[in-house]
Design a protein around this ligand. Structure first.
Ligand SMILES: [Zn+2]
Length: 487
């Protein structure tokens, strides 16, 4: 593992310069992880509607009214699947590894159509280092909805087209809202019905969409499923598999010169150096924080250290091995565990890392431009005691330079790579990276739905058909594959 993770910032200023490497990274990727930073989410109760079709329609409305302010893209290209048995004087050693070259981009995107912003979120972002001046001055301009002209210019819309063209598996974390935003922002107008949307996605991403929150919630024995917890947990599991000669992930990054402009370097291996016993902070862990990734108590005096959370839960799980509350849940029973450990109501479950004022019914709004955020302390302002869901701990950590979308996309991709290794089914690079070959045939095309014990299914149902707007656009996309391929 390399020590620092490079994230390339992509703006209007350097898009032309970065485009060839971005395009190549997408083309060479085994899979692509994405994450969107949004200008807000509107009324939280609406996007958590009980009825799925109503929920979809409300989310579509949000995607029409709000905007993507940053897009994270992390391209994982597997360049080696090694299965080696070695024998030396020390004995036998097995190496079973999936080696990936990873390139991560944080694309600043500035919507030219009027859009809504949640002021509280915006203030929060600002307070935590998001550079709005840079967004306004250098964000890559885009418009929403259907194509307005048939241009081949360098744009985020055409970047998204490339992703479709290359037909890569797409990885998201709790990604229904991301998929809806990506579609409306960079593809075309959303269809009216969720079944039609599902059929369109099925056609758009023939190699499948995987949602790491769904995978973790329903198929992994873990006590929490918010992004940063999973990321660190998977890092620990991965190293343990490596030591045991089992299938594991190894990452490499391109050897960018350290002084390259527009590249920031992130420490991402802290979990390996953190020791609970050496921590001078002896406070107990905040349970809300530990299980949800946020805490709604402004005056909370308990520990919110994510490394501590991961290690302590690990130890607790180990102690209870055999009878562990963490060791046996599959199929959604995790929800009950979480409920047991927190007073937070179902609506308060961390849904994602979107803006912070989500559940505040009277969230102030201003029309004009940009961004949002979220985070523990901020969330607490709910007068009704409901914890807004999207707050995630990583926001705190990385807010210093505001590259959360890129970092979140990277964490999402890593979690997925780690799950694939854990399955231990993909044993040769000669086998194409299909759901069957990686052992996830029953887990592909299922997207996490907050508050439900079933996922959103990406499929073309017997009674659903694709939207006409999608059909006419995808035809153009795929017919232009050859012309765009070499740009
Ligand atoms: Zn707390």
């Amino acid at each position: 593992m390399e020590e620092k993770l490079p994230i390339i910032e992509v703006t209007g200023d350097n898009l032309a310069q970065v485009w060839p490497s971005l395009s190549k990274a997408l083309r060479d990727a085994t899979f692509v992880a994405m994450d969107c930073e949004l200008s807000g989410l509107g009324n939280r109760s609406k996007i958590k509607s009980f009825e799925l079709d109503v929920r979809y329609q409300n989310m579509a409305e949000v995607a029409r009214n709000y905007a993507i302010v940053a897009l994270g893209i992390s391209c994982f290209s597997c360049n080696s699947v090694s299965s080696i048995d070695m024998q030396d004087e020390k004995g036998e050693e097995q190496i079973r590894s999936h080696d990936y070259m990873v390139q991560t981009f944080n694309v600043l995107t500035m919507c030219t159509d009027p859009f809504t912003v949640e002021c509280d979120s915006l203030k929060f972002l600002h307070n935590h280092g998001f550079d709005f001046n840079k967004l306004y001055a250098k964000g890559i301009l885009y418009y929403k909805g259907c194509d307005r002209k048939n241009d081949k210019s360098l744009s985020v819309r055409n970047l998204f087209t490339k992703l479709l063209e290359y037909r890569k598996p797409l990885i998201v974390h709790n990604g229904l809202i991301d998929l809806i935003f990506l579609y409306q922002s960079f593809y075309c107008d959303l269809p009216k019905k969720n079944d039609t949307f599902a059929a369109d996605l099925d056609d758009l991403f023939p190699s499948g969409i995987y949602d790491t929150k769904y995978l973790a919630e329903f198929h992994q024995a873990v006590p929490a499923t918010y992004l940063e917890y999973l990321f660190k947990k998977m890092q620990l599991k991965n190293i343990s598999r490596q030591r045991n000669g089992q299938w594991h992930v190894r990452l490499r990054f391109p050897p960018y010169p350290r002084q390259t402009p527009n590249i920031d370097w992130y420490s991402y291996l802290q979990i390996f150096s953190y020791r609970v016993e050496e921590d001078t902070d002896k406070r107990d862990l905040c349970q809300n924080y530990a299980f949800h990734g946020f805490c709604n108590d402004v005056k909370c005096s308990l520990s919110h250290n994510i490394n501590r959370v991961v290690k302590v839960l690990q130890m607790q799980g180990a102690k209870k091995h055999g009878d562990s509350k963490y060791s046996s849940f599959k199929g959604g029973s995790l929800v009950h565990v979480i409920e047991k450990f927190t007073k937070t109501r179902e609506e308060g479950k961390p849904q994602k890392r979107k803006s912070s004022s989500e559940n505040v019914p009277s969230a102030k709004k201003c029309h004009l431009s940009s961004k949002e955020t979220n985070e523990p302390e901020d969330i607490t302002k709910n007068s009704n005691g409901v914890v807004p869901e999207q707050v995630q701990p990583q926001n705190l950590r990385r807010s210093a330079n505001g590259h959360r979308a890129g970092y979140d996309a990277f964490m999402t991709g890593y979690i997925f790579a780690s799950i694939v290794s854990d399955k231990g089914v993909w044993t040769s690079k000669d086998n194409p990276f299909t759901p069957e070959n990686i052992g996830l045939a029953d887990q592909v095309n299922k997207v996490y739905l907050g508050g439900k014990n079933f996922p959103f299914l990406i499929r073309t149902g017997a009674y659903a058909s694709k939207s006409s707007k999608h059909c006419s656009k995808i035809e153009k996309v795929r017919s232009s594959e050859s012309t765009l391929r070499n740009v």
